[in-house]
Design a protein. Structure first.
Lengths: 482, 482
């Protein structure tokens, strides 16, 4: 078997970082004067100490770079270990959460899923709300780095199509990969700042503006109120829709944009495809609502726009109880959640580029049916797509659909009803947040589910966030033999 | 554009054949003395005349064999035109069906779907019941021929993997393709006869035994009673389960078996996979029912066995109202319907061999992840699978899933609820028969749906039966340009 220490070393350092991040909610609680800060002091000490010990224990194995196996293990390991420590404040704090609930909340945070088991959010200590926002925000930037650096390297889910591209076209502007990561982070911080300012200007309190801007740009969906975004006015909702859309675009294009070239952003097939789909989903939902209400009220259009964008981008805020909008709206939102945003953003799910690649493949296939002796290869962004990328995309799609089916059945086995099982599996796997139906719908929480179902959903969030194959690969026998 | 006449000629001849087939229910009604026979006389005359005129009009274009485009058009054309004529007895007869209902019933028959818009089956004239059975029986043998000869030629849905195989291994036993078709038909007739004898022995009336044996071997699912198979005793239900399973196996293996070689049947990966899946589905459903009932009663096990086999094979009989069995049973049956039986049988849906091929592809891909420089090609039945077959299978899978999603949304747009929309789309596309929920569940009919929904389902049955791509291909621009 290969050396586990380099993996442990990096994970240890990241756990220490997470412990340091707990100083932020600690400071918030001190500032709020609610007496809740010792929870974060405790959590930070436990986390930092544990992380330090892990890193020390593995330190003499670190240094020489990571093998493929080690990289796989690191990717999954990070998203397994960090939630365990991120869960501590929910256990130690006023929420007094049991292990399963704390783990659910932390995993939902770090994977930017946004399903919650907590209610009475409006009365929670500010520090805990900040911690939920911070988990999503850190998870968001974490996943962009993983998606840009790790997944292409691991050749998982077709993400390798962005390897050459990101580093090639970026190479002309920015010489080094580390600088790319820095620039991406600046964009991430910058967008979050802009979003916070917009929310502030539209009437949010400074605290709400900061926390919600973090969960918006992470397409996370945690809110500070049980009412989610129906707690806010029209202006806030419009700004939120705009920033959710921006957060679902490829961040590398923003880097290029701020470096002075708007062209890559404007000519990106993913961006075109995503905005097109967003337009269609918003239009379908608006039309359905207008027909239903019998009038074209601003509130109707805004409700359709906000919730369509929220689900399509995988954010998961709700500004209305769309379970009351009928089966058509529910189905449109269900499938929108299975589409998702652009690769290289914080949004998850199957993603636009995979549908585009599958479509290109099928188009090439139909052309071949019509002219059996012609040569037709699928193209994307004007370039031919390698067989390997196409196979990866297909493996991802099949795995996603089959996992969704198996997970739905497994959930129903714990006693959940049909709609809760299917929509719960989908919302966890696609990291969207809310499900459908009376139990886990947009106005409900996941608190009432049984423990077995919660653990399954925790695993599903992890699977979905890491594009399935990165996790599945480590379950194969040959993986450990290599 | 290419010459349409050779297509019209074959379709015309098949319409004449369908008209001739109407003499069977005519004879049944005469024998029953119910005075309903003129309906079939009228229908037969209209059908035979129309078919004759079509064939005559196209006769001088016939002869030289079919091009690829013509073969595509013929395949879809047959399954569009024959139902239109097969619908006539429902329009002319006591059912006095409107166009949409008659077309629904006939399409459901010829595609062996088995969803019905008729109720009061127990009091229908014998001729009409015979006609429903005959539509499914003719549709069943028709689809085996299409699947064995046409689809491999059209290289649709990965069916080409059976081209070489069928003709190679068969070649050693039977020299000519026409003889293959004859042998397959003999098996089909033989199995139907055996099934009828079994039903007769188990207590069915001769008429019921004949009609139900036809709809069993066609995995069609039309029954002579609103109560479906709950109208019959345990012995009939066990026999039905056995014959449904047999009808979902590759018929070419039976040909080899009767020619003296059991080996191909016993060593077929599809057969192993299918029986394995059947075992798991039956076990899951039985376990769920035993837990539910708290006792291992014969009736419980039989109910689970019968309905699991009925849905997995895509037959669609019901011996119990399994909507009362809870969400787990509903989900297991829902996904079982999306698995289906073996290629080269009368059963439809995604089919076992496609899952096996997708699994082989993913296994090869995982192996490659673990050892990036190794060469791993997917294998099936011990042979490497060509890139082209794999792509076809994948295109099929993606098309199936996406069509299912779009169709669900479209159905909900006509006002159907969530479960009815999704399960209705699935049951039509997979040619299973019953849906889920209170509207189209196992004890209900499709009569209450609105016309728009019915037409969508008619199209979905056609799409599913012809493996989607055979139909989609003719909607492309390049198809007509070729
Ligand atoms: K989310
Ligand atoms: K059927």
């Amino acid at each position: 078997m290969f050396d586990l220490r380099p993996v442990g070393y990096v994970i240890g350092l990241l756990v220490v970082t997470l412990g340091a991040a707990m100083l932020v909610p600690l400071a918030v609680d001190v500032w709020a004067g609610n007496g809740h800060w010792p929870v974060f002091a405790q959590s930070a000490i436990v986390t930092a100490l544990a992380g330090g010990l892990i890193a020390l224990a593995c330190a003499n194995g670190a240094g020489a770079g990571l093998s493929l196996q080690q990289t796989f293990l690191l990717t999954t390991g990070v998203w397994l270990v960090l939630p365990a420590f991120g869960a501590l404040p929910f256990v130690f704090g006023v929420t007094e959460a049991r292990a399963v609930d704390a783990m659910f909340e932390a995993m939902s945070g770090l994977t930017t899923t946004g399903s919650t088991v907590l209610s009475g959010l409006d009365t929670l200590p500010a520090g805990l709300l900040m911690w939920r926002g911070l988990l999503q925000w850190l998870g968001g930037i974490g996943i962009i780095v993983v998606a840009m650096v790790f997944l292409p390297e691991l050749r998982v889910g077709g993400m390798q199509i962005f390897r050459a591209e990101a580093f090639d076209t970026m190479g002309k502007i920015l010489p080094r990969a580390a600088e790319i990561a820095t620039r991406i982070s600046s964009i991430y911080v910058g967008l979050t700042g802009l979003c916070a300012l917009a929310y502030l200007g539209a009437g949010m309190t400074p605290f709400d503006a900061v926390v919600h801007s973090m969960t918006t740009i992470a397409t996370g969906g945690f809110a500070n109120s049980d009412a989610s975004f129906s707690a806010f006015g029209p202006a806030v909702q419009y700004w939120a829709a705009l920033f959710m859309l921006l957060a679902a675009l490829p961040f590398v294009r923003f880097v290029q944009f701020t470096a002075g070239t708007a062209r890559p952003l404007l000519r990106d097939s993913q961006v075109h495809g995503f905005l097109g789909v967003a337009g269609v989903v918003v239009l379908l939902l608006t039309a359905a609502q207008v027909v239903r209400e019998g009038a074209l009220a601003e509130e109707t259009v805004r409700g359709a726009l906000f919730n369509a964008v929220s689900i399509l981008t995988g954010t998961g805020y709700a500004s209305a109880d769309y379970m009351q909008w009928g089966a058509f709206a529910a189905l449109v939102l269900f499938f929108a959640g299975l589409i998702g945003g652009c690769a290289g953003s914080t949004s998850c799910s199957i993603k636009i580029f995979r549908y585009q690649l599958l479509l290109a493949s099928i188009r090439a296939r139909l052309a071949r049916i019509n002219a059996p002796h012609g040569v037709f290869e699928p193209r994307y962004q004007g370039r031919p797509v390698s067989e390997e990328v196409m196979n990866s995309v297909i493996a991802f799609f099949v795995f996603f659909v089959v996992t969704l089916g198996v997970l739905s059945v497994a959930l129903s086995m714990t006693g959940l009803d049909f709609v809760t099982s299917v929509s719960g599996a989908a919302t966890a796997l696609a990291n969207v947040g809310p499900g459908l139906g009376g139990e886990i719908g947009p106005t409900e929480t996941f608190a009432g589910l049984n423990d077995a179902a919660k653990w399954m959903l925790v695993f599903a969030m992890l699977l979905g966030r890491l594009e399935l194959l990165a996790v599945y690969a480590i379950f194969t026998v040959t993986f450990w033999r290599a």
